[in-house]
Structures are given as structure tokens and as C-alpha cells.
Design a protein around this ligand. Structure first.
Ligand code: PLP
Length: 407
């Protein structure tokens, strides 16, 4: 295999947190204010900023997307004996939220091009006990969420959107996370905007009673939020709840992060555009890749309905052998790549939740064959050039090798 020297033989990382003086100033101001517990000025400010991004829905900040998912399932009154449809290709929190509320997750396969469940796969695993559907907008992409939402409304099923990876994505111009009854977002350190750990719940149909119940669950089962608005003289224990409110210190960081939202989105999109251009030119057999933004950037007219938030870029290999070889080569060439999501039906815990009526084997190879490439908003030109030159060398080198050399 012939290889040019990569531009810079130095470790390039998969992900870095971007932050600047505004985050640091906000942290300092908040420390000096003396209020670093829950629901301070920053928390309220972040809720307002997010509500603007999310079609003016009611937003409550949580300690994580996991917490928001747990709250959504509880608010939907899903409990023992109920089933909730969940994609098998997701992070465990999606299914855990169902279990923690006493119900049963039922795993549905994802479509191999979008990596999301479809109306078809939902119908395949639905039973008379199905109470809700949890869709995951993988990589900020979505299947036909309008059709899924319509189906859930007509069939009286609760729709929860796990939009952990999807803040800033939209479908037909409407933000993902605002189609269902509830939207759940993550601000974990791996996300486009972060508070280290953090999340948000949107309550999408403006039901005041539901919003009040959510505020109580959020604040340890008390009506402290209503009390702080002056609606009560004292607060008390009202129902089951938990400690789902984040520290205002974390929200100080997140508030500054959200002010750079558009700029960071642009930088991420430009990196995806470059990846796509390279793979369009290379035309590698047996390889597909993330398509978010392809149409928008490679042609003037866009037919795509989902606008992704450029959260990630992945390659999907047709064979495990090719994926393994690529993975090892990238690590040797100092490009940090990642695999993720052991499909739940193949995990130690999740194998018990396979649907009796639906074959999940089409998703068996996803962990082995999907490889994510570096992407973060402050990735320098030099890092990008390095990674792209390594990728080009790898794939052009493969093309010029004989089959024997490759094996
Ligand atoms: C699809 C999905 N759901 C839920 C989560 C959990 O988010 P958090 O870490 O904010 O609890 C993640 C985390 O990456 C995720 O990717």
C-alpha cells in the first residue's frame, strides 16, 4: 500500500469542548452571586433561550437527558404492564427511562440509512399493550416525524422524542423535539452545546396541569417552583419527584454556550461539507456515510426534509472486516475515531426486550460497522487537513492495492 506522508503526525482528537471568555465570566458572576443551587437566574435565562429555539414550547432544564426521559415517561403515566416502543440502536437511557417507571421497553429495528425507527418498524412491534413510542433522532436526523406524530395521535399513543443529539435540527422547518408530547435534550459534554452534564424537557402541547406536575417532579416532589413565583405562601411535598434540577453554575456555562449557537453550527456544517466532498470524490465501494446537509451544500436547491444540526459524521461499512481495518488504520495514523451504541438487543441487559414479532438481525452489525470521525466546532484547519489527508491516503491506497495486499 503506497501512502503519502500525512500533513502532521500528531494526535488529532475526536471531540473537544469549545468555550471562551463568556463562559468563564458567567461562571464567575454566578459564583459571586451566591446562588449556585437550582433554578437561579441562569436556569430561567437558558429556558427562555431554548424556548425561542424550540417553537416557544415550555422548557424545563434538567440534570441530563436521562432525567428528562424519565420525567417524560412518568408524566405520560406509563407504568407496570405498559409497553413502550424504543429503537434498539440507541443509548441505554432511552430504554432505562421506561424500566425505571415499571413499564417494558420493546425494541424496534432502525432503518439502515437513517439509523432511526420508521413508521413501518413501529407498526411491526406494536401490540395491544403499547402505550407510547420513543423515537431517537440519531445524529440530529429524523425519519418522517410528521407521519409518526400523526399515527401516534390517531392511535392514542404518547410520542416522546429523544432529541438528545438533535438540538438545532428541524423537519420541514419545525424543530425536532417539538413534534411529540415531550422532547428530551442533552447537554452532555459530547453534545454541540454543553454544560458538562445537563438536559432539557419540552412539554409540547401547553397543558397547564401537565406543566405543573412536571415542575413538581423536577423539584423533589414539592411545589417549590410555584411557591417561588408567589403562588403559595409555603411549599410542601405534593407527589413523587426527584432531584432533576441542575445547578445554576452549570446553566451559567450553558447560557454562554447558547449565545454562540449559530457560529458553532456553521463551523460544524463546514466540516461535514468537507467530509462529504472527499467521500463524493473517492467513491469507495462498500461504504456509505452520513448525509445530513449533503443537498444543502452540494447543490443550491435542497430536497431534504431534515436539516441536521451537524452533530456527527459517520461512515458505515458494508463489511465488518473493512470497518475493522479502517478503525485500526485510523488509530495508527493518529486520527481518533469512535464506534458507538451496542444495539440494545445485543447488550447484557437489553437482550430480554426483543420483540417477539420482529426480527432485529438487520441491526446486528451496527456497532461493528459504524465509525464516527472527528467533529467539533473549534477543530482547526490544520487538524481538518491532517484528518482529510489521512482519509484520502487510506482509501486511495486501498484502491491501488491488490486484493492479496489488502488481506
Ligand atoms: C440518544 C441518546 N439518548 C439519551 C442520552 C443520554 O443523555 P444524557 O447523557 O444527557 O443523560 C444520550 C447520550 O448521549 C443519547 O445519545
Amino acid at each position: 500500500m503506497t501512502k503519502d506522508k500525512p500533513l502532521r503526525k500528531e494526535h488529532t482528537v475526536f471531540h473537544k469542548i469549545s468555550y471562551g471568555q463568556n463562559e468563564l465570566d458567567n461562571l464567575r458572576k454566578t459564583l459571586e452571586s451566591g446562588h449556585i443551587g437550582s433554578r437561579g437566574r441562569n436556569t430561567i435565562e437558558v429556558e427562555v433561550k431554548l424556548s425561542k429555539l424550540l417553537d416557544h414550547k415550555k422548557v424545563l432544564m434538567t440534570t441530563s437527558c436521562t432525567a428528562a426521559l424519565e420525567m417524560a415517561v412518568r408524566l405520560a403515566k406509563i407504568t407496570v404492564g405498559d409497553e413502550v416502543i424504543v429503537p434498539t440502536y440507541t443509548f441505554p437511557s432511552t430504554a432505562n427511562a421506561v424500566l425505571i417507571n415499571g413499564a417494558t421497553p420493546v425494541l424496534a429495528p432502525v432503518d439502515l440509512s437513517s439509523l432511526c425507527i420508521t413508521l413501518d418498524t413501529i407498526k411491526q412491534v406494536r401490540t395491544s399493550r403499547t402505550k407510547a413510542v420513543m423515537v431517537v433522532h440519531y445524529g440530529g436526523m429524523s425519519e418522517d416525524i410528521e407521519a409518526i406524530s400523526e399515527y401516534c395521535k390517531n392511535e392514542n399513543l404518547v410520542l416522546i422524542e429523544d432529541a438528545a443529539q438533535a438540538l438545532g435540527s428541524s423537519y420541514h422547518g419545525k424543530p425536532l423535539g417539538t413534534f411529540g408530547d415531550f422532547g428530551c435534550f442533552s447537554f452532555h459534554q459530547t453534545k454541540n452545546e454543553t454544560s458538562g452534564e445537563g438536559g432539557a424537557l419540552t412539554i409540547n402541547h401547553g397543558d397547564e396541569d401537565l406543566i405543573k406536575s412536571a415542575e413538581i417532579i423536577l423539584e423533589k416532589g414539592t411545589n417549590r417552583i410555584a411557591f417561588s413565583r408567589g403562588e403559595y405562601d409555603m411549599y410542601e411535598w405534593k407527589s413523587i419527584g426527584s432531584s432533576y434540577s441542575p445547578s445554576d453554575l452549570l446553566m451559567a456555562f450553558l447560557s454562554a454556550q447558547l449565545d454562540e449557537f449559530i457560529d458553532k453550527l456553521h463551523k460544524r456544517k463546514m466540516q461535514i461539507k468537507k467530509y462529504i466532498e472527499v467521500f463524493e470524490a473517492l467513491k469507495v465501494d462498500g461504504l456509505s456515510y452520513f448525509i445530513g446537509y449533503q443537498d444543502e451544500y452540494l447543490s443550491e436547491t435542497s430536497s431534504m426534509m431534515t436539516r441536521s444540526n451537524a452533530h456527527l459524521f459517520y461512515l458505515r461499512f458494508d463489511t465488518t472486516h473493512d470497518a475493522d481495518r479502517f478503525y485500526k488504520a485510523m488509530l495508527e495514523d493518529e486520527v481518533e475515531v469512535r464506534k458507538h451504541f451496542v444495539p440494545l438487543h445485543q447488550s447484557a441487559m437489553g437482550c430480554q426486550f426483543k420483540s417477539a414479532q420482529c426480527d432485529l438481525s438487520s441491526n446486528d452489525q451496527l456497532f461493528d460497522r459504524i465509525i464516527r470521525l472527528p467533529l467539533y466546532s473549534d477543530r482547526s484547519e490544520l487538524e481538518q487537513l491532517h484528518d482529510l489527508s489521512v482519509l484520502k491516503n487510506y482509501f486511495t491506497g486501498l484502491k491501488s492495492c491488490t486484493a492479496e495486499e489488502i488481506i
